[in-house]
Design a binder for this molecule. Structure first.
Ligand code: BES
Ligand code: ZN
Ligand code: ZN
Length: 493
């Protein structure tokens, strides 16, 4: 899909569909359009058929009286509540209406909304909402393709083409990369194996020119990364650790570490069928890390980013890891496996310890770690657990700006006590029934593999995968993390 900007008057534009926004309790501000439509708009306002409520729509056909064939009036809600997230939402919402109406092209006047943001901010949000809103996962559809419509071109009206193009370009990059990450998450586990994901990363490394090393079974055995290897023991798929790096010479250095379980059956502590169905998405964290590395490279961000993907498939088999097993992790700590379904924290234990050796300013891990985070925060925010205020605050700010929000949970000693091992150093499940404060326990376990570096853990069990459509993000993989990390890396001091 192509996004183009144009300086033109909306009332003169030649297009099949013209989208115009209107705030609640405000008059329609383009009398020329109303005149061309023979007063149809003022009539709709008078008769209270349209009042500008957020996402309310009213469409009028021009019947040959204007260059545009149809006008779609869309409500923007209360002006003082309008922000960039609302613009993303309304951009995605209107794009989907155009697509559902079988259009291939349309024109939007949404950037003319008179709000406190700059042209490039508005156009970036418009592009993000439009590109993400139009996402469809069609890779496996072979039949009834004629029923699927795809928008080919969106024209946006502006009086500041330069700034608008800058914002559109950035928004497109963020949107398209997020959509690529969503593709990876939506691709079934029979195709998206650890090797597949490692090869995807290699493809990007070659194309964009960032550094990459892929450790396979042999290298991982040599490095004694037994926590990562243990999780993959029941699978016929080889576990991998992918290490990517941008800008090796830059002073500032951030490590991003992603959970990459390409399928989580639970292992011998097998999941019930309904809990297992969506578990191809258990690699969403590592996919987001790849996305962030791609963007950091393309935007030439002046920061050294280390991206680590900890890839394994958690299956059952004759060689699978057992409950009660004790393993020695990469950093020599011993772990009692209480439950084989708490596997994300195991692969991350080795991956964060490895990342710390690179001496970054901060380590952020991102993981579909627990179902408990959905109980705590729903699908609205990732659980944030961190040992460092500066890093926490930076993530919170980036979360607000991108609307990939985070919400802090505590890191307290009682949780550290709960993961103390009986026979080994630590256990991978809390004491008690094992599930109380599950998200905090998971984060605290990962913390125990960090020596002294500022660290933050993002539990995206709720935000990485949607079970229902939400505004500009349809159900399935969300690509959460790509925009959050980009904003964080751009603003890291
Ligand atoms: N991948 C799951 C967590 C998950 C569940 C993410 C549902 C998104 C949606 C993780 O590996 C897991 O199985 N966690 C267990 C932890 C428990 C065994 C301590 C859970 O959440 O039940
Ligand atoms: Zn699990
Ligand atoms: Zn998992």
């Amino acid at each position: 899909m192509k996004l183009v900007s144009k300086t033109d008057k909306p009332e003169n534009i030649k297009t099949e569909l013209l989208i115009v926004g209107c705030f609640e309790k405000e008059k329609f501000t383009n009398p020329l359009i109303d005149k061309k439509l023979k007063g149809a708009i003022s009539k709709a306002f008078k008769e209270k058929k349209f009042e500008g409520e957020f996402k309310q729509v009213y469409s009028v056909s021009s019947l040959g009286n204007a260059n545009f064939e149809k006008l779609l009036l869309v409500g923007l809600g209360k002006k003082k509540e309008f922000d960039l997230e609302k613009l993303r939402k309304i951009s995605g919402f209107t794009a989907k209406i155009a697509r559902d109406n079988k259009l291939l092209k349309y024109t939007s006047n949404l950037l003319s909304v008179d709000v406190k943001y700059s042209s490039d901010e508005k156009s970036q949000a418009f592009a993000e909402g439009t590109v993400m809103g139009l996402y469809q996962f069609l890779k496996y559809k072979t039949q009834e393709k004629n029923k699927i419509n795809e928008i080919k071109e969106v024209t946006v009206l502006t009086n500041d083409v330069n700034k608008t193009n800058k914002g559109l370009k950035k928004g497109e990059l963020l949107g398209n990369t997020t959509n690529y990450v969503r593709d990876l998450v939506n691709t079934p586990a029979c195709e998206a194996t650890p090797t597949y994901l490692a090869n995807e990363a290699k493809k990007w490394a070659k194309k964009e020119g960032f550094k990459i090393t892929v450790f396979g079974k042999k290298e991982l055995e040599k490095k004694k990364m037994n926590a990562l290897l243990g999780v993959g023991k029941g699978s016929s798929q080889e576990s991998k650790l992918v290490v990517m790096e941008t800008n090796p010479k830059a002073k500032k250095k951030i490590a991003l570490v992603g959970k990459g379980i390409t399928f989580d059956s639970g292992g011998l502590d097998i999941k019930p069928a309904s809990y297992m169905l969506d578990m191809k998405s258990d690699m969403a964290g590592s996919a987001a890390v790849l996305g962030a590395i791609i963007i950091a490279t393309k935007l030439k961000l002046p920061i050294n980013v280390i991206g680590v993907m900890a890839l394994a498939e958690n299956m059952l088999g004759a060689s699978a890891q057992r409950p009660g097993d004790i393993i020695t992790a990469y950093n020599k700590k011993t772990i009692e496996i209480i439950n084989t379904d708490a596997e994300g924290r195991l692969v991350l234990a080795d991956a964060v310890a490895y990342a710390e050796e690179k001496k970054p300013d901060a380590i952020i891990d991102i993981a579909t770690l627990t179902g408990a985070v959905v109980v705590a925060l729903g699908y609205s925010a990732a659980g944030l657990i961190s040992n460092n205020d500066k890093l926490k605050n930076a993530l919170k700010k980036s979360g607000e700006r991108t609307f990939e929000r985070v919400w802090e949970l505590p890191l307290w000693d009682e949780f550290r006590d709960a993961i103390k091992g009986e026979l080994a150093d630590v256990r991978n499940l809390g004491k008690g029934k094992g599930f109380e404060g599950g998200t905090i326990i998971g984060g605290t376990f990962i913390e125990s593999f960090i020596d002294k570096t500022p660290w933050a853990h993002l539990d995206i069990g709720g935000t990485g995968w949607f079970v229902e459509d939400q505004d500009y993000i349809s159900k399935g993989g969300t690509g959460y993390g790509v925009r959050l990390f980009t904003d964080l890396l751009e603003n890291w001091k």
